[in-house]
Every structure is written in C-alpha cells, then in structure tokens.
Design a protein around this ligand. Sequence first.
Ligand code: NAP
Length: 537
Amino acid sequence: MTTAEAHHDAIIIGAGICGTYMLHKLRLLGMDATVLERGEGPGGTWYWNRYPGARFDSESYSYGFSFSDEILQEWDWSEHFAAQPETLRYVNFVVDKLGLRQHMQFDCNVASARFDDGGNRWHVSLTDGRTLTCTFLFTAIGMLSAATMPRIDGVESFQGQSFHTYYAPQQPVEWEGKRVAVIGTGATGVQVIGAIAPKVAELAVYQRRPNWCAPLNNGPISATEMADIKASYDDIFAKCRSTPNGFLHGPVRKDLAEVPQAERQAFWNALYASPGFGVWLGNYRDVLINPEANAEFSAFIADKIRSRVHDPEVAEKLIPKDHGFGTRRVPMETRYYEAYNLPHVQLVDVNDTPIERITPEGIETSDGVRAFDIIVYATGFDAITGAFDRIGFEGKDGATLREHWRDEPMTYLGVQVAGFPNLFTLAGPQAASVATNFPPAIETAVEWAADLVAYVKEHNIERVETTPAAEQEWFDEVKSVYDMSLLTQTRSWFTGYNSNVDDRNRLRHVIYLGGAPAYRERLAKVAQEGYPGFVFH
Ligand code: NAP
C-alpha cells in the first residue's frame, strides 16, 4: 500500500494559507494529517493568480501569519502591499520553516468525498483514480478558486493566446507590442489593466458594470521601516483584532453629518491619498449604512475619477450608477484611471455594444470584429460555494452538499454542515472570512478547529456533527446582518451573484457580515460553553 492509499486521521484539501496552518496545528496535536493540493506546490490563491499586477490590498505585515514570532522576525516584506511572486515565496518559506512540505501531496485533484456512516470515515477520491480515507476532513479550498469564464459563444475558437486570470500562465507573457483585450473590471481586471496598459500596443477594456476604485498608494518598505514593523507586530495584530474587518483600518466613530463639510472634505482627501483600504473601511461609520451618507461620499469619489480621466465621456462610463461606493468590494488600483488617458487604450461599454461572440481573430461586438493577440478573461469566480460544488461531497444517507446548498449555503457558524459529520469547512461559506482580512480570519478558524480537535481527542469522541436547527439559527443570524446592510442592494459575489453560472444570478447569504470580532467572540463562546449546536458521539 502506498502512502497515498493510506488512512489518515485527517485530510486537508488545499495547501493555501488555510491548509498550511491547519496542517501545522494538527501536527502539533500529534495527528497524522495530509494535505491534498491540486497545484504543483503550496500557495493556493498565490500559486494560481499569476496575472500581471496581482497583489493583495492588505498591508503586507497584516497579511502574514501572526502565530509565530520566529516567522515574523525572519521574513522581510519588500512593499507595503506585496505582489503575488513575493507572497508565493512567503507561503513556501512558511511551509519549509514548519517542515510541512513532506505532509503535502501535490497534483492531487479531489473529485469526490463520501462519508461512510457505518465506518465513520470519509473516502476521498482523486481524479487520478486513487482513494484515501480519513476520520476528519477539512476543506481549505478557497472562496475565490472556482474561476468562471463568461458565457460568450466562440471562446474556444480564438486563435491567439487567452486565459482566465486565475489560470494566467506560469511563464511570463510577452505583452510588448501586443493587441490585448481585457474582459471584466473587478479587483482583478483593474490590477491587470493598470499593469499592462503602459506595455501593450493596443488595449481594449470590455466593461459591463464599473466599480468604484480607489488608489492603493503602494510603496517600498525600507530596511529601517521593516525593523520598525518587526518591533511593532504586537500592536499591528492588536489593531487588526480590534477592527470589524481585521485590517489596519477601522471606521471613524462618528456619523458623517456630525462633521463640518470642510473637515469632511479634508479627511476624505487624506484618506484618498493614504495607503490601502482606509478609504473604504476607515471612513465615517454611516457611509456603508446610511444611503445619504453613502451618496455624498460616492459623489466625492466620482469627482476624483473625473479629475483623473481626461475624456469626460469615458470618465462618466467609469463611474458606477447602479450602486454606491463600497457596497461592492472596492478594487484598489495603481494608475488604473490614468490608463484610459493613453492613446492606445479604449474602454468598450458592452451595454452599448454587446459582445456577440469570440471569433478566431478576436472579439465581435454589435459594432463589428476587433482583432487581438491576447484576450484576458478577468471574469471572476463562482465565489464562496463554487469550489465546494466542484467536489462531490456526499454525507449521511447519500445527501449531497450541492443539493443541500442548492438554494442557500446552510452551515452552523460557517464551520460545519448538518448531515456531513467530521467535515469542517474552514473559513468557508457563512464564516466572516472572506469579508475580512483573510489570514487573520483563517487563524481564527484554524485555531478554533484545532481546539475542537483537541477536545475530541481528550474525550475520545469519534464523530462531531451539527444539527439542522443549529444551521437554521446561524442562517437567520447571517441573513439578519445582510438585511441591515446596503450590500443587499447590489449584485456582486458578496451577495452570492454570478451571471455565468446557472441559478447563481440571485441573492444568496453566503458570508457572515457581522465582522471579525463578533464572529471570533461567537466561536469562542460556543467553545467555552461545551459546543452547543454540535452533537458528539
Ligand atoms: P469580480 O469582482 O467578480 O469581477 C468580475 C468582472 O468580470 C466584473 O467586472 C464582471 O462584470 C465581469 N464579467 C463577468 N462576466 C462577464 C460577462 N459575461 N461579460 C462581461 N463582463 C463580465 O472578480 P475579480 O475581479 O476576479 O475579483 C474577485 C475578488 O477576488 C475580489 O472582489 C477580491 O476579493 C479578490 N481579489 C483580491 C485582490 C486583492 O487583494 N487586491 C485582487 C483581485 C481579486 P459585472 O460587474 O457586470 O458582473
């Protein structure tokens, strides 16, 4: 019997930030755990998203793991917002530092996972025909890892180079002198466009709905700054723990109307010029709740866009009219708006000239065919639940997760699903994870799950499962937070929409939006009270 066929105490699917930390914690608990990863190395998001301009919008030093002082002190970040290659190096550094690589299996595509009720085991089948078994199964499969192509005829027919950003080639793409199309203007498209616009011969951006974007204001970190950062990690992580979204930016504890107009303008100008998410998450507390406050700030940002884009018609097309600032995920940009001032860059509004098909030469709209050398699909993800749908999870009595989640994802605390014993959906649907700075959210999820595993070991428990009643209670709580937010008035992956997937272009309550501190407290309370809502056998 090869290692790959062996039984393990635990299997973790995914070797990204989450899977890496879960593996480390399980090994500290003395568990025999293995990670199954479809990529050829660890990194998850950072392994796959190799498109130009890819970087996070979290300050680098708030993104790294906080649990190991040794790692914090040994790792130097080169920029305030590190780019993908550096973050991929960081994950590899952590994996090797903790001696985890030998417990990770790469090129392992999980096809299905079936729970054997009698044997109390998960049978995890890979696309290469192997099956592994385990007692506990952890998903660390990413919330934005099921890339979706647009439903446009002829995509396969294009004769040039084309790719979805998630699957950008590992080898550098030759952009110089090329005629390039980018479809999609979310956080990804905005990064790609800003990065390639100065390099290419022609760039056509196909936009369906504009987003409210704001400057990232990135910059290098000097050796002295890095030394200061290393000396301040306790404060940095304490600050992240104190803010609703786990970032270094928290809301001003005032309503907009409490502040005189001139002071507001000065504050907003300062926010606009400052690095990172402050403009979104460090604003007056009512900007994302009160429609009037939101409209006023949206008008401020609209004027910024007008001041940066020379052609007034193009500027108007780049200003969202269907939603207010911050009610969808705000893409942070680097010279994005300035790209449209370059003579070889054109914005194509697909509402005016819809894309009819992709042809072997390029893109055909109602205006005719335009030839390209490269088409980049920055068309997003079947977010939150898509990665789960791809794997056929089968729980007790043949129940499938796809069917269980057909209308809405149903979970207890975002960590377990009724009918799927011993399966833990780490930082998954209806956790606070993806609406917040992801690594701190992952640490919350992993540490809580590790505590539960320790409890299970201590009490000789073989099976942990939640109940439909607990699920319903959590669903009601998740929904009640959505109902208080302006987000439900917008269509985005935060609210469960995806126009490119059947039956996904509708509101679903996919994330806990109550903030990281409330979520952490809730998990801690459940643990302290002996895990109400869970049944142990
Ligand atoms: P996204 O926000 O869902 O954006 C997808 C884009 O493709 C949208 O502009 C969408 O238009 C467009 N689109 C989809 N189907 C289309 C079609 N059939 N025809 C025309 N346009 C179409 O996806 P994303 O940009 O990949 O970002 C997803 C999330 O990943 C982000 O919100 C963020 O959380 C994360 N991310 C983070 C970073 C970072 O940390 N800096 C960077 C990139 C991504 P509509 O808006 O009209 O649907």
